[in-house]
Design a protein around this ligand. Structure first.
Ligand code: ADP
Length: 281
């Protein structure tokens, strides 16, 4: 168990060759500038990873930062829909141009390249991860302060390849209350540690539901253990996002940029503090 397998992606041994992992990073397009890259991960689909990714890009954009979303969730892309983008990406002599949302957020997703967005992406793992790599190497990202990567769910082969090929500055773990008691956070933390990427914190999504009539908080998916789990893994809670019909509607109808709410303010504060753009030359 403790012997080096010479495959850093599956081996947990801390040996000198581990530093070679950094060499697996793909080269950013020569015409792109991206300052900070934050991966948003979850243990499985449907927990609100894309919603959180989109909302964070919107929140930081509102604060005057140039933001972008790289939709690495190739088999379940939902980022263009959240921003109401239905056009197709265009190319130039130098690379692929991202689509730009109404408020100036740059996006790249497989849905911007597919002829028909309802077609399933039935590709093998290497093709999926190759596409994500191309979103980094072939897309022209113009002077992005914060790029959010909507990661493929889980800790399998594809997310692992994405982790290794894009130089990430931080990771945000999204989970619902019932998943937080499981091993999902532990797996994500271990994966991040293996790659030497700092965990910015945890977001508990669908944390509770506040009754619009009586104001009472209902724990639909069980009691929250997020504080103790964050403490156990020496990280912090970035947000507890309730089940919110207006938030759901904004994402599902392409108007996430119009959503009014303060659920992501604390997370944005921490991102600004931990990953300071001003320090970049
Ligand atoms: P994932 O990216 O993890 O697969 P999504 O972000 O696509 O999940 O969310 C799945 C569905 O759940 C979407 O319809 C989304 O609008 C809805 N949803 C996610 N979080 C919330 C929330 N806090 N309140 C209401 N609906 C939510």
């Amino acid at each position: 168990m403790s012997e080096c397998t010479h495959d850093c992606s599956s081996c947990g041994v801390d040996c000198p060759s581990r530093s070679a992992a950094a060499d697996l990073h793909e080269k950013l397009n020569d015409h792109s500038t991206v300052h900070k890259v934050i991966a948003v991960v979850s243990g499985k689909g449907g927990v609100g990873k894309s919603l959180v990714t989109a909302a964070l890009a919107v929140e930081l954009n509102r604060r005057g930062h140039k933001t972008a979303v790289l939709d690495a969730d190739i088999t379940g892309p939902s980022i263009p829909k959240a921003f109401g983008i239905h056009s197709k990406a265009k190319g130039s002599d130098f690379g692929i141009l991202p689509e730009v949302t109404k408020t100036g957020i740059e996006l790249m997703s497989v849905n911007l390249l597919l002829q028909n967005t309802t077609d399933p992406v039935v590709w093998r793992g290497p093709v999926v991860s190759g596409t994500v790599k191309q979103f980094w190497t072939d897309v022209i990202w113009s002077d992005v302060d914060y790029m959010f990567v909507d990661m493929p769910p889980g800790t399998g082969d594809v997310p692992l390849t994405v982790f290794q090929s894009i130089p990430l500055d931080g990771i945000i773990v999204v989970a619902s209350p019932q998943e937080l008691v499981g091993m999902i956070v532990e797996k994500a933390v271990k994966m991040a540690n293996l790659m030497n990427i700092p965990i910015l914190g945890l977001i508990e999504n669908m944390s509770y539901f506040r009754c619009p009539d009586c104001g009472k908080e209902h724990r639909i998916f069980g009691d929250s253990h997020i504080e103790e789990i964050a403490a156990r893994y020496s990280t912090r809670v970035l947000a507890r996002v309730p089940i919110d019909e207006s938030l759901r509607r904004s994402v599902d109808t392409g108007t996430v940029e119009l959503f009014v709410g303060d659920y992501f303010e604390n997370a944005a504060n921490i991102i600004e503090d931990e990953l300071t753009i001003a320090s970049i030359e």
